[in-house]
Design a binder for this molecule. Structure first.
Ligand SMILES: [Zn+2]
Length: 135
């Protein structure tokens, strides 16, 4: 999972194009404004908000991640810990609520990585971003 792989960008909150700039504004999922995405990469100027409604597709990724989490939790709960299944939801539901911001961010990074590939040239050269504000 080194620099240049999509897993690197997804796991470490990095721009899918250059793997240098941050994807989300905040570093972790568990602080205010965890859902804020940079509109453009700070390093290569790649757009991280391609079009309006682009991240609706991330809902499908999020759904798949939740299913994987629920199945893994079931296997651990039932076959490893061998606990009573009557209390499985008491165990599962708090984990789903607490991990919601983490799944949210993971799904969005994964979704954009499906469409944007790593470019080593963009990683080396920092883009000159010209400001359009004339005040
Ligand atoms: Zn970038």
């Amino acid at each position: 999972m080194g620099l240049g792989s999509k897993l690197y960008s997804i796991a470490f909150n990095k721009c899918p194009k250059c793997h240098q700039g941050d994807f989300f504004v905040t570093k972790t999922s568990f602080q205010p404004k965890f859902d804020q995405i940079h509109h453009r990469c700070e390093h290569c100027n790649e757009t991280l908000m391609p079009e309006t409604g682009f991240y609706w597709g991330a809902l499908y990724v999020s759904y798949a991640l939740y299913v994987i989490w629920c199945m893994t939790a079931f296997i651990v709960y039932n076959y490893v810990l061998k606990l009573d299944l009557d209390y499985f939801l008491v165990f599962l539901i708090p984990t789903l609520v607490l991990l919601m911001p983490w799944f949210f961010r993971l799904a969005r990074r994964t979704w954009l990585n499906l469409f944007v590939n790593y470019d080593p040239a963009k990683a080396k050269n920092k883009a000159v971003i010209l400001s359009t504000n004339h005040s």
